[in-house]
Design a protein around this ligand. Structure first.
Ligand SMILES: [Zn+2]
Length: 248
């Protein structure tokens, strides 16, 4: 268990649907951007075009609405930019193309840390897009982005350079081990979630903030903080793998 007090200078958030990242690491994003000037880019993997029970709502219309909502939500937190990969909701696969797209964003933005959903669970289940986006983000960082031999077209044709990500922070984990004190950032988190208007009709903004406070208080208890966001941290130890790679 560790409380993180050193923000990175750059982070990349790989997230499946509009609103997942704000719920998972919204307060940490807001805090690091405001207090440390961390540059954060969000990679939005799907367009969320199936996130409705309204049978009159056309998927294309919903996708356009949710793209704008995501821009608004990220703007509230101070995020530098959102990259929309725009896969239809529910169709993410662990494909060569998808991995390449995430590798490209890692090489373009050059983050020390990536955030994603923890794809590995033993006692609970999660949406397929959540698993796929988490797995692809981790593989992109661990296996591919640092090697010039993977996706060499980024280097030869786009002028990008290989990049090593230092760590991944996984939200919605069954076993979080690092915590960020977010006491002063829960209102901003709630406001950014409220920007996802099409998804947030069930609760009032006040109820939303209350729920966020309850969750953050539970996470905080583990490390003696009033309110925290919690992550499972994976450190990418690439030394031995790079050696094997170069000598095989
Ligand atoms: Zn989702």
């Amino acid at each position: 268990m560790e409380i993180i007090t050193q923000p990175p200078s750059r982070a990349l958030v790989v997230t499946p649907h509009p609103d997942d990242a704000e719920g998972g690491c919204g307060a940490t994003m807001a805090k690091w951007i405001k207090e440390a000037g961390t540059e954060i880019v969000v990679v939005m993997c799907t367009n969320g075009d199936k996130g409705t029970s309204d049978r009159e709502m056309a998927p294309e219309q919903l996708a356009a609405t949710r793209q704008q909502e995501q821009r608004d939500a990220s703007g509230i937190l101070g995020v530098q930019g959102v990259v929309f990969l725009a896969y239809p909701d529910g169709t993410l696969e662990d494909s060569h193309r998808f991995r390449g797209q995430v590798v490209r964003e890692i090489r373009r933005h050059r983050p020390e840390i990536i955030f994603c959903i923890d794809p590995y669970r033993s006692v609970s289940h999660t949406h397929r897009d959540h698993r796929m986006s988490g797995q692809v983000a981790l593989d992109a960082a661990y296996s591919y982005a640092w090697s010039h031999l993977h996706f060499p077209e980024h280097i030869k044709e786009e002028g990008l350079a290989p990049h090593r990500v230092r760590e991944a922070y996984l939200w919605s984990s069954e076993s979080p081990d690092v915590f960020v004190d977010v006491e002063n950032y829960l209102e901003l988190k709630a406001r950014s979630l409220s920007a996802h208007v099409s998804q947030m009709r069930r609760r009032t903004p006040e109820e939303r903030l209350e729920r966020i406070q309850e969750g953050a208080a539970q996470h905080g208890e583990a490390v003696g903080l009033a309110y925290a966001e919690a992550f499972r941290r994976i450190r990418f130890e690439l030394g031995s793998m790079a050696w094997l790679y170069l000598h095989s």
